[in-house]
Design a protein around this ligand. Sequence first.
Ligand SMILES: [Zn+2]
Length: 491
Amino acid sequence: MSSEELVRVAQQRGFFFKTAPSYPNAPAGFLDYGPMGVALKARIIELWRRMIVKRDGMIEIDGAQILPKAVFEASGHLSSFTDPFVSCPKCGSVYRPDKLLEEKTGKAVPEKLSDADYDSLMARAGVKCSRCGASLLGTTRFNMMFKVGIGPTGEEAYLRPETCQSIFVDFPLLYKTQRAKLPIGMAQVGRSFRNEIAPRQGLLRLRELNQAEVEVFFNPKKSDAPAYEWARGDVLSFRMPDGKDSQMSVDQALRSAVIPNMLIGHYLALITRFYEAAGVPRSSQRLRVLSDEDRAFYSKAAFDLEVKIGTGWLELVACNYRGDFDLGGHAKASGTDFTVEDSGEKVLPHVFELSLGVDRSTYVVMELSLRGEGDRRSLALKPYLAPVQACVFPLVNKDGLQEAARSIVAELRDSFDVFYDESGSIGRRYARADETGVPVCLTVDYDTLKDNTVTLRDRDTRQQERVAVSELASRLASITRFPRLGPTPEA
Ligand SMILES: [Zn+2]
């Protein structure tokens, strides 16, 4: 299915659409979720919580979206959370030189070029303004944080560009009050804000985005503890910095120094399993190993989890071994002690981060689930991710069938998200349910009035069977149950 087709289904069925659709000139980079999108996003987050946060006994927080300037001075965002940009000297159009160069040459542009490098590369490649044709020169930097003023004096503060900073600054308090021990994961789901220069990837590059982030704090001397070994045999796909692909077990990756320690192997295996459970096959996933040049200066190792969709490989999770850069920076700037006791010694913990893009993940799960046959579309979501778990239809709108169907809805609504639909032919109702990803449809007919059974139709096989009304709740529960959590790290 093409991405245009997905965007059409998403808008038509109430998953997501561009913000302020009544205003054609509203700025790009913003997204509204409709009722089905709200539910799908919540279920993807719930799967993440179950498979990663709860599984490893992490601490979850919900921090403020506005943070003081001092936090971003310490984190380095104020000085270096910037993107290069160039504006046309003739018509004023604004561009990212790296994106222009990639489009013109078809090659990836290294991430850490100087402004002068961009200017000379653009001159050499003959990059011109796409609106007026003028030559482009004069690359400069733009800080992507949204600045806000607090109170009437407008005290300087910023909308957070990533959720993790509150985890770092809250770390000493949470560690103490929650009686944590290393290693400990801290997690957060929430909005972040990035004033992207010219977001052109439609819904995939957002200025206001949902993130699900995990920061694992650990003693670097104990990063190869036996608790992480359960994933030793998991085979992962790596895209090496030289562009070669390599399939390796976690163990092999560790021995060939692609992965620096077993704790990181554990989390790379876990995040891969999470996307598998969300409906992204392992064969459509890879971990791009970032080269020394592409990593931030403090990063000891970094992997981008990428997924193959119709338009190419898309980054969904940044997995980054950040060392003690974050806690060290905030300790210095705030004057607070960020060290903790571990086995009788004082440790400034190291951090491994899994920074997951929720909006992109929702998009990818939908794209990889969308099936088509003629003009029929079906969203083959995993049943536990479906926004609506069952539709209930009366076969005809008379003779008491509506009442019987409504009473089934009333019964199931206590435990499930159920949708009642009596409009249009049964075929049309099935088609709408399939396009919305509803795993089962329950049809009430004349037999229902006699023997208290309904027809249960499966979305993917379109097989139908008779099921007793009294058994519907347990059938639905087993169809929509989340996968088992698997081995725990202590096992
Ligand atoms: Zn121009």
